[in-house]
Design a protein around this ligand. Structure first.
Ligand code: BTN
Length: 261
């Protein structure tokens, strides 16, 4: 089971010295919502839960959150910079999750579908939902919500309407210690957030290129203005998706849902 003291002890053993508040809950509507409503007392506040009754995904979707199986994690973080300096943040979060999984759990072959779906064998392993709380005097307050399918079996999570899901259990055939995973995630996120603030997204592009699921593939992107089709050509230094259309024109996209054609 998730345990606050265990996570704190593991963080100490990983030499994590940043002050933070940690809330470990049994059940909650949404860990993102909890952090939105909670009066903040620290620059870094974290909430994780055994289950969510109204887990939120991107595009208003529901995030299935069965009890004591997976990770439902949110971090509220006050960045010492303006929002413009955080271009590429959602990509950085996905990269942090993949790096952490590869370093500690040896899970190869995971890729990232721009902007932030973790994919293994064409199935979704994890997703991220970022919500802006506010900006003030060149600080930016954000909530980063992360759902990782850990010990559920992917087929339990896949509904008929959605893209197929998978879990770390499907990949490793091992039950994974979620307290350890959360501690490692906190360390990696904090490290990569600092790198983003000081060096920008350009310093992550190499990592991105090695994990880009869409690269060179024909894709369609749904946007408020319509559907754009073309070839995915990686990302630029602001984390925008480069798409070359049939007339050879390059488009730079900041948002939208991508699918393979
Ligand atoms: C997606 O659609 O891919 C994003 C899913 C994000 C789910 C996580 S689980 C923890 C946090 N709390 C929420 O309500 N959503 C995010």
């Amino acid at each position: 089971m998730l345990d606050q003291h265990t996570i704190q002890r593991l963080l100490q053993s990983l030499h994590f010295n940043q002050p933070f508040d940690l809330h470990v809950l049994e059940t909650v509507d949404s860990t993102n919502q909890f952090l939105k409503d909670f009066p903040i007392a620290s620059n870094v506040t974290i909430c994780c839960a055994e289950s969510q009754t109204q887990g939120r995904g991107r595009f208003g979707r529901y995030w299935h959150s069965p009890f004591a199986k997976n990770i439902y994690f949110s971090i509220r973080y006050q960045f010492n910079c303006t929002i413009e300096n955080l271009a590429g943040l959602s990509l950085v979060v996905s990269l942090a999750i993949v790096k952490m999984l590869k370093n500690f759990w040896g899970t190869a072959e995971i890729q990232i579908k721009w902007p932030n779906d973790l994919i293994w064998q064409d199935k979704k392993l994890a997703g991220t939902l970022i919500e802006l709380i506010g900006t003030q005097n060149s600080t930016t307050d954000l909530i980063v919500g992360i759902g990782i399918n850990v010990n559920s079996m992917g087929r339990e999570l896949t509904t008929q309407l959605e893209r197929p899901s998978c879990s770390l259990y499907d990949i490793t055939q091992q039950t994974i210690d979620r307290n350890m995973l959360i501690a490692q995630l906190i360390v990696q996120l904090h490290h990569d957030f600092q790198q983003l603030v000081t060096q920008g997204f350009a310093s992550f592009i190499r990592d991105w290129e090695s994990l880009d699921y869409l690269h060179g593939k024909p894709i369609a992107i749904t946007q408020p203005t319509g559907i754009l089709s073309g070839l995915a050509c990686g990302v630029n230094e602001a984390g925008l998706l480069k798409v070359c259309d049939t007339s050879g024109m390059m488009h730079y996209l900041s948002a939208g849902e991508t699918s393979l054609r």
